[in-house]
Design a protein around this ligand. Structure first.
Ligand SMILES: [Zn+2]
Length: 456
């Protein structure tokens, strides 16, 4: 028998477990060992996700690379969509069989308990994690007060007061309010399964998490309403914007493109260093959309589907800030020559610019709502630059905890990125000044008053 070796894991964010695997094990046996490490019996309704600490996914199989206890892989085990659906495929008899498999397997796979390890093999007591605790029954939707749904249309909406299930319901509301389910005959259960699947595919990064996804979508929805441009957009374009914003950072590992490229991660190899993250977000989105039970685009006819897919990919790729200058220049050209809603290229770029605005829109929000995001973003940046230093990789000064101050980071970003972007879009969309641009200018004054730091 080939030599077994230890694989060190952090399971569902809270438990350290070390398992021993052997190259002689089959894929199913390794999978079952990982389920067991997470305290589950194997089941068709479990989704397993194994990644390196930097979030890069590892294949589940007998050739998981060996690692050390101080660079544990992250193991995330969560119910699949079958568990959410009343017509899910798991029969109750599967559980007994699964336990037998685990019991048999434990003879082959040694589970070494770390100091803090708790291993449970009782399938009725799965480890509690945020992802699992928030599972939603598909048919129950919160009906929101009119004051809430009206406020939802405005950039001042308080995005902190909602838990994840409520954010899902608010997203459902946006589809309903645009009458997209009616128009395209999209099943509400499919929409909810889609959103649930999306929610579970966002990681727990300080910044690039499901709440950021909700914020971006809500700001896009708010921008459409305050400018009234939703009345000029087709249902397909509104669907495009909603799905793009919802999917735009899916499975973000918390380390940016520069890191992906410099560290030669799997993502940078897969996408040849070309917007590796944005390509990944779009690919994860369309993977979710490939399953019939989560495919909100299924009812579209072929021509609409093709158009929608093309536009969504365009919107998501446009969120790579490396493309910022080029997109600004093109949009400026359109705006100066006379923006035309009759021109498909103009409309398409407008969707991308709206997505970009929404993505970096935190400073449009009132200070008490926007400020915590700055801390979260800096935390994510600092974690990255710490790792880059540790790995001997180049690191950006704007991510260096020794060099950056909150005010310094914000002044430069607001002044040189946000204001020019929003002012340019305001040349095409009406009514941006008071609800959108004035708050950004106030934020600039606020951070200037706090004192410009070294990067300003
Ligand atoms: Zn984003």
């Amino acid at each position: 028998m080939s030599a077994a070796y230890p694989v060190h894991l952090t399971v569902n964010d809270n438990t350290n477990v070390t398992i021993e695997i052997s190259p002689a094990l089959s894929v199913d046996e390794v999978r079952a060992a990982l389920y067991a490490a997470a305290g589950y019996a194997p089941s068709a309704d479990l989704v397993i996700r194994l990644s390196r600490p930097n979030g890069v996914l590892l294949p589940v199989g007998p050739h998981i690379p060996a690692n050390s206890a101080d660079s544990r892989y992250i193991l995330d085990v969560k119910p699949g969509l079958g568990a959410l659906s009343a017509t899910g495929s798991s029969g109750s008899g599967a559980l007994g069989n699964a336990l037998d498999v685990v019991t048999a397997l434990l003879d082959k796979v040694t589970l070494l308990k770390d100091k803090m390890t708790v291993i449970s093999l009782d399938p009725k007591e799965p480890p509690t994690t945020r992802k699992l605790r928030d599972a939603l029954p598909p048919a129950e939707r919160t009906i929101f007060d009119k004051a809430v749904t009206e406020h939802l249309k405005h950039p001042t909406f308080d995005i902190w007061q909602w838990e994840e299930p409520a954010m899902v319901d608010l997203l459902v509301h946006m589809f309903l309010e645009f009458k997209l389910l009616e128009h395209f005959k999209i099943d509400e259960g499919v929409l909810r399964s889609f959103l649930e699947s999306v929610r579970r595919s966002y990681n727990f990064n300080p910044f690039h998490n499901f709440r950021h996804c909700f914020c971006v979508t809500q700001m896009m929805y708010g921008l459409l309403h305050v400018t009234g441009v939703h009345e000029k957009l087709t249902p397909l374009e509104k669907l495009t914007l909603l799905v793009s914003c919802i999917g735009h950072d899916l499975d973000h590992p918390g380390f940016n493109n520069a890191y992906q490229v410099n560290a030669s991660t799997e993502l940078s190899l897969l996408y040849n260093d070309i917007s590796p993250l944005e390509n990944h977000h779009a690919a994860v989105l369309f993977t979710i959309l490939r399953s019939p039970e989560t495919n909100v685009l299924k009812p579209l006819n072929d021509a609409d589907y093709k158009e929608c897919r093309k536009q969504i990919i365009g919107c998501i790729l446009a969120t790579d800030m490396a493309k910022h200058g080029e997109l600004m220049l093109r949009f400026k050209g359109y705006a100066e020559a006379g923006f035309s809603f009759d021109d498909a290229a103009h409309r398409s770029l407008l969707l991308q610019m709206i997505t970009k605005c929404a993505d970096i829109s935190n400073e449009v929000r009132p200070k008490q709502i926007s400020e915590p995001w700055v801390d979260n973003l800096l935390e994510e940046f600092f974690t990255q630059s710490d790792r880059e230093k540790a790995e001997g990789l180049p690191f950006a000064p704007f991510m260096d905890r020794q060099k950056v101050t909150k005010s310094g980071a914000q002044v430069g970003f607001i002044q040189f990125v946000m204001i020019p972007l929003f002012e340019l879009v305001a040349k095409v969309l009406p009514n941006m000044e008071e609800p959108v641009i004035t708050p950004i200018r106030k934020a600039l004054e606020y951070y200037k008053a706090l004192g410009a730091g070294p990067t300003a």
